[in-house]
Design a binder for this molecule. Sequence first.
Ligand code: XIL
Length: 339
Amino acid sequence: LGMRHDLYIGTAVDMAALADPADPQYRQIVSREFNSVTAENVMKWGELEPTRGTYNWAPADELIAAAKRNNQKVRGHVLVWHNQLPTWLTTGANDGTISKAELRDILKNHITTVVKRYKGKIWQWDVVNEAVSDPWDNPPTLHYKGFWAQHLGPGYVADAFRWARAADPKALLFYNDYNIEAFGSGDPANDKTQFVYDMAKQLLRDGVPIDGIGSQGHLGTQYGNYDTLQVTAALKQFAGLGLATAFTEVDVRSQLTAGVQAGDSNEINPRLQASAANYSVLLQACLADRHCLSYTVWGFTDRHSWVPGWFSDPPEGLATIMDENYQPKRAYNLMKADL
Ligand code: XIL
């Protein structure tokens, strides 16, 4: 897709697809179109340390090696998240065989081990991912949610950034979340952006080493089109704190109903037009703000996308910029025009 002078365009990489000898196109497109990559799964804790004390580094190492061959930057994803954790960890913490003090030690040790291993090789780390609830959660008042907040309290966020900085002083340290793409206009739908803004402000006040905010960008055409002004405002708001920003996991899915079928890549399909428009709103906002360092799509082809597996009731799909046969969709062409 090329790039504007300093804006990096990235993709999440599915390591199984990258290694598949029967699918050379996947590899070719990763190296041709992108100058930044993120591991879709292989740097998550459950993948790295399925058995306590035994790290499975090979797939993550391979991602780093492939990026080096392709002259691409790497976004590290992810150090602290409540999903895709090893079972030994969640079971131990939940049944009390791992105490609070031990859990904190385990977290520190994990962050230190992973960040040190890839020291100097990771451009941006997603240090903490999805720590904040959504208005549709219970209770609806926004709060620190999930495994880590439950067991350690919200202080784990500051700890995680400090431990990551100590392990690699040069990597840019990001807080990453969804539903923080837009800001302002008195719209309660934007309250989570405000919450994350307040959190970041407090972290900075406390001297916590946070460098950026990652806005995932998992959008859906059923929610309408994002507003350029509100997206621009969100980036600007974070930049006002002296933070970098990035779009880290962009995809724009559609419900597969009413004549919209998987595999449909018709340029004038209204869902695909809406999908393209949303890709473009985020990209233009990022292009217009020099604090916005990178724009990463969460996979580039419907052949390998998490959407159909994750959003199945009702079925959703068509979320990426190329169809299942790697044909560019309208979203790809619109992004190209923006760049
Ligand atoms: C998703 C992957 O794409 C899937 O393959 C996996 O089964 C579940 O996780 N937010 C994140 C990503 O931060 O790590 C998630 O990735 C998508 C939502």
